[in-house]
Ligand binder design. Structure first.
Ligand SMILES: NC(=O)c1ccc[n+]([C@@H]2O[C@H](COP(=O)([O-])OP(=O)(O)OC[C@H]3O[C@@H](n4cnc5c(N)ncnc54)[C@H](O)[C@@H]3O)[C@@H](O)[C@H]2O)c1
Length: 252
């Protein structure tokens, strides 16, 4: 087993890629903290893991709530005595608006969840990793963090910011046994469409042009396998990388 005895927090783990990661990590021997804003969904995922013989703890956490994130970290340490791996996966889409149409409300909400929350979980986690001399962070970004035509302005900018956060964290703490990487999935079949409201026709029309070049969509389990590699010791020399998994979409 590749993650024996490792304690892992996965945010946004009630659905989609986070759920697939939590289940795969548990099957590889990890003790998984299944965290999500939807407490019932997190509980269901944790129960599935437990019924399969794994170890999991469900926690209802809104990652944009500072106190809730502090509680997530504290409760993990109280329950399992340590934290080895943090996976920042929770995220939402925007409404595909270009900058001419973006509202402050949309911008602030997308950044609060997709970007600021990632900084805050890392701010709380890195000192724990420094003290113990090891730790791994994996941020689920998007090819929207590398390309300009995969979403609206807010999502695109929020994910580009996490690319920078990931690389900066990777380099600054590289000599302290800490690794920080990102994954940049293409189109994955999840429930993220539910977070898309008030779709902007112009932005959607422009970005859909790129969809015609996408060879295919992925299942969440395909991305979870990449995540497993990046949080395990098998990727010990991979640090500061943003690994694209998009079936060749951005190779065009
Ligand atoms: N689906 C795609 O095509 C795709 C592509 C590239 C990147 N991503 C990224 O992958 C990550 C996972 O998304 P997914 O596609 O699996 O979507 P999903 O909607 O299936 O899962 C996201 C989970 O995050 C949770 N969440 C949302 N807001 C939250 C908050 N404030 N606090 C805690 N949890 C919250 C949701 O409840 C949900 O369970 C996101 O960061 C997303 O931006 C998705």
């Amino acid at each position: 087993m590749r993650l024996s005895e490792k304690v892992i927090i996965v945010t946004g783990a009630a659905s989609g890629m986070g759920k697939a990661m939590a289940e795969l990590f548990a099957a590889e021997g990890a003790r998984v903290v299944v965290s999500d804003i939807h407490g019932d969904g997190a509980t269901q995922v944790a129960e599935t893991i437990t019924k399969s013989g794994g170890v999991a703890l469900a926690m209802e956490t809104n990652v944009s709530d500072v106190a809730a994130v502090q509680h997530l970290i504290d409760h993990t340490l109280t329950t399992y005595g340590k934290l080895d791996i943090l996976v920042n996966n929770a995220g939402i889409m925007d409404g595909m608006e270009g900058v001419a149409d973006i509202t402050d409300e949309r911008w602030d909400q997308v950044f609060a969840i997709n970007t600021t929350a990632v900084m805050r979980t890392m701010r709380l986690t890195v000192p724990i990793f420094q003290k113990q001399g090891h730790g791994v962070i994996l941020n689920n970004i998007s090819i929207g963090g590398l390309n300009g035509a995969r979403a609206g302005a807010a999502y695109t900018a929020s994910k580009h910011a996490v690319v920078g956060l990931t690389k900066n964290t990777a380099y600054l703490y590289a000599n302290e046994g800490i690794r920080c990487n990102g994954i940049a999935p293409g189109a994955v079949e999840t429930n993220i469409g539910q977070s898309m409201t008030n779709i902007n026709d112009f932005g959607m029309g422009r970005t859909m042009l790129g969809m015609g070049l996408n060879p295919r969509t992925a299942q969440p389990e395909e991305i979870a396998k990449l995540a497993l590699f990046l949080v395990s010791e098998e990727s010990s020399f991979v640090n500061g990388a943003i690994v694209v998994a998009d079936g060749g979409w951005s190779a065009y």
